[in-house]
Design a protein around this ligand. Sequence first.
Ligand SMILES: CC(C)(COP(=O)(O)OP(=O)(O)OC[C@H]1O[C@@H](n2cnc3c(N)ncnc32)[C@H](O)[C@@H]1OP(=O)(O)O)[C@@H](O)C(=O)NCCC(=O)NCCS
Length: 181
Amino acid sequence: MSKLARKDFHSTLLPDVADFDCGDAEGAWCVEVSEWIRDPDGALLSMARRKTKVWLYCLPDGRLVGYGSLGTSKWEWPEFGSPLSTLFHIPFFGVAQHFRGKPDGEGEVRYSRQIMEDLIAEARAWPAGRLVTPVVTLYVDERNESAMKFYRKCGFRDFREKRLPSDTTPGKFNLGMVLPL
Ligand SMILES: CC(C)(COP(=O)(O)OP(=O)(O)OC[C@H]1O[C@@H](n2cnc3c(N)ncnc32)[C@H](O)[C@@H]1OP(=O)(O)O)[C@@H](O)C(=O)NCCC(=O)NCCS
């Protein structure tokens, strides 16, 4: 199994992500995930405005496998309707099309799993002074079957549905998922 190496993402690495592609066979969300890292108004803007941390994950030979991101977000927690709490949040997460489901084998050998485990480790190591409730959250398009399957395998559970203001597609909902640390 190849262990992925992690790089902090910044503007000088834009050429490295220019060809990053999650594919588009399953739906528009794959295109959105590819564009977020390639477009200066995506990851870089979120890093500047919202202090989101973003990392690239590469094979020992330098090939880019995927990226992950981690920040915080205010959610009604522990139940829908509770007061807002600051929780960890993964805004975007993606593995390049040709590395999905790779390498063969179950669980933690998968690249996607290595990236998720690293994001969870980052959340656990968050500086104690910056009070964040130890729960990792994310939203996933409810039509994105493979991502929901993947997140559930990682231990996330369904939390609530939300229609984002940017959603214009009829019938489109984003499912909030949570992983208490
Ligand atoms: C979500 C994501 C990171 C999961 O990574 P992954 O490597 O596909 O994860 P897994 O190998 O555990 O696969 C999860 C499921 O996806 C499907 N899948 C696996 N490889 C696939 C491929 N190459 N093409 C299509 N579907 C695939 C399978 O149903 C698999 O479940 P199974 O292993 O029980 O058969 C990845 O699918 C991805 O980057 N998707 C595109 C971007 C995206 O949707 N990001 C999340 C936004 S919230």
